[in-house]
Ligand binder design. Structure first.
Ligand SMILES: Nc1ncnc2c1ncn2[C@@H]1O[C@H](COP(=O)(O)OP(=O)(O)OP(=O)(O)O)[C@@H](O)[C@H]1O
Length: 615
């Protein structure tokens, strides 16, 4: 056996990690970036950072003359900048070392916030569309710096060459990609132009695009952000901001709120949605950092309750994550969220205090969501509760208006109860709010917190009965026989029968029943049926004194007057059942099977009776 030619390393020798670049690119493309299109954003962002670094180097230099030029002719994509450029040493240190970035090198920590990049991986995204990255760069740090050419391949190999300064007459960097055949979707000239506009429309440096067809280059960002421009009048300003919101989001904002947080260099607009937002639909905001579009679906810049706006903001100091598609959840982001939320609250407060027409349109679109918000947010409650619409015995009206006409605001606990009693309560002069919809009862009960003079009370069937006029003794006595028959007929429904006078006279009967009472009766009935068994004992122990249902007959109604005078017991019974059935149907609650068959039976009996009489 011959000895091996290479000496074996000692077991504890230091070794260096090897990186499988293709594996790494695969990881980035599947887990970090949402689409291969981000390669252009990363290139533009490196160009922006290079221009920023050059400005740091030459603060008095002609910043507006320095820019970014994009070129795509179908066979290559090129991004050229007049930035700080790279020396040969920079190329080895930063381009050829994954994870190393000049933007967080020692000594520039205080400038860190000036740059968008920091992780030292962005350039790798070019491998999502090309096998080779070609960089030609000339440093602005020394006047006669040579041009450096770097060619990096997706197998992890690279070459570096030094060329004469004349190979690139001015400082800056040019990155050229030769797209793979499977990536043309992202590198076609029209697509590159569209992506450049998408990501770079708010960049502060001049950016141009050339499609290689011989025509002039076109500007990618011809106008600065609309909130940075000056306008002849405030009206012209708000119209321009609304038009921008419409262009970006595709809806005409109900109103446009300007956002300005100087502490983090954030400016932008919040567009109030003109339509209700379907529950559960994520509503994203467009966040730019230093002009570069970071995310179209950022949800983290506003609290969940701000469902009614979509924002476009451009911030200096928010920190993007490595994917660049979301933001770091840090103290700065929390402070921004609080400050923007405050801004939206101020808008609501202003509308509530001085723009009732705008507030009305806002609540018309968003009252349901605002109600859910007001339950947990005292400030929103204080500002908006009086203006929220509710269903009442005066129709749909605001709580404020309703409380002004009714000293005591009564509220039902279910829609069904409201349906049962609305007409009668209103005729009796009572003001009742339908508290049956989610949040409504809870919100109405909080009215005295804002309007201390308002009195709010629950309205249950018993309260209403107290408001109905009793009939005189004589009438009561005359009706005793009928009432006895009726009580007997309706005993199966645990229903009492009484005679009162109430408006409207056209209503023959009112069925007063509460859901709790009905549940209680069902429980009692089950307990009776299961007597002796375990369930019977448990249900029996739970039993409470349940208020019975009440069928209140209206003495003012001509039909009832005739009915109470019937001396034929069978017909009296059938008429009582029919009155119960009609009142149950009016309450619009689901009928129990026994009630449906009672309605059927009484109808047929009455029909038979009528036919017999006629024959
Ligand atoms: N156009 C350019 N001009 C000058 N230097 C550049 C340019 N593009 C890349 N570089 C250098 O290459 C380094 C690596 O770039 P890369 O895009 O991979 O990472 P980064 O921008 O530093 O950080 P991030 O991963 O957050 O984007 C940069 O830090 C910078 O030093």
């Amino acid at each position: 056996m011959t000895a091996p030619e290479t000496p074996v390393s000692p077991a504890d020798a230091d070794r260096t990690f090897q990186v499988d670049l293709r594996g790494l690119v695969d990881l980035l493309s599947h887990h970090l970036y949402s689409s291969p299109r981000v390669y252009l954003r990363e290139l533009m962002q490196n160009a922006v950072d290079a221009l920023t670094a050059r400005h740091g180097l030459e603060p008095a230099g002609p910043a507006e003359a320095l820019g970014i030029r994009l070129y795509a002719d179908g066979s290559t994509v090129r991004v050229e900048d007049d930035g700080v450029g790279l020396t040969e040493a920079d190329v080895h240190t930063f381009l050829a070392t994954i994870g190393r970035s000049s933007k967080r090198a020692e000594g520039i920590a205080e400038q860190r916030d000036d740059f968008i990049g920091q992780f030292g991986i962005g350039l790798l995204s070019c491998f999502l569309v090309a096998d080779t990255i070609h960089v030609l760069s000339r440093s602005a740090r020394t006047p006669d710096a040579p041009t450096v050419e770097w060619r990096g391949r997706d197998d992890g190999s690279y070459t570096v060459r030094t060329l004469p300064a004349s190979a690139r007459p001015r400082p800056g960097t040019t990155v050229t990609l030769t797209p793979r055949a499977d990536a043309t979707e992202w590198t076609r000239p029209a697509q590159v132009h569209a992506l450049a506009r998408h990501f770079g429309s708010l960049l502060r440096h001049p950016v141009t695009f050339d499609d290689g067809a011989g025509g002039p280059s076109v500007s990618v960002n011809p106008q600065t952000a609309p909130w940075t421009r000056t306008y002849p009048t405030p009206g012209a300003r708000s119209r321009a901001l609304a038009a921008y919101g419409e262009e970006v989001f595709g809806f005409t904002p109900l109103d446009t709120i300007e956002l300005d947080l100087p502490a983090v260099g954030l400016k932008g607009i919040a567009c109030v949605l003109p339509e209700p937002v379907p529950a559960g639909r994520p509503h994203g905001h467009r966040v730019h950092v230093k002009g570069m579009l970071l995310s179209e679906q950022a949800q983290e810049i506003l609290p969940d309750w701000a469902f009614f706006v979509r924002c476009v903001v451009d911030a200096e100091s928010l920190r993007p994550t490595a994917s660049r598609e979301s933001l770091y959840e840090d103290d700065m982001l929390a402070a921004v969220r609080d400050a923007l939320a405050e801004r939206l609250r101020a808008w609501i407060a202003r509308a509530a205090a001085s723009d009732p027409e705008l507030l009305g349109r806002f609540l018309q679109a968003h009252h349901l969501a605002v109600k859910s918000l007001a339950v947990h947010d005292d400030e929103i409650l204080r500002m908006l509760l009086p203006w929220l619409p509710f269903e009442t015995t005066d129709g749909h009206t605001t709580l404020d208006e309703f409380a002004r006409t009714h000293r005591t605001v009564l509220v039902t606990s279910s829609v069904e109860e409201f349906r049962q009693i609305a007409a009668i309560a209103s005729a009796a002069g009572l003001g009742v709010v339908n508290g049956g919809y989610t949040y409504d009862r809870e919100l109405v009960h909080r009215l005295p917190e804002i309007r201390p003079e308002a009195v709010v009370d629950d309205l249950d069937p018993a309260t209403l009965t107290a408001h109905l006029d009793p009939v005189d003794r004589e009438t009561e006595l005359a009706a005793t026989a009928y009432l006895t028959v009726a009580r007997d007929a309706l005993a199966v429904f645990d229903c009492d029968v009484a005679l009162r006078s109430f408006q409207p006279a056209s209503a023959p009967a009112l069925l007063l029943d509460s859901r709790e009472a009905r549940h209680e009766r069902t429980r009692s009935q089950l307990a009776r049926e299961q007597q002796g068994g375990v369930w019977g004992d448990i249900l029996g122990a739970l039993r409470q004194e349940a208020p019975r249902a009440q069928l209140i007959l209206n003495q003012l109604n001509p039909l009832v007057r005739t009915a109470v005078a019937i001396d034929e017991p069978e017909l009296a019974r059938t008429s009582a059942e029919a009155l119960y059935g009609q009142a149950a149907m009016l309450s619009r609650r689901p009928l129990r099977p026994a009630e449906s068959s009672l309605i059927n039976r009484s109808f047929l009996d009455l029909l038979a009776h009528a036919l017999r009489k006629d024959s």
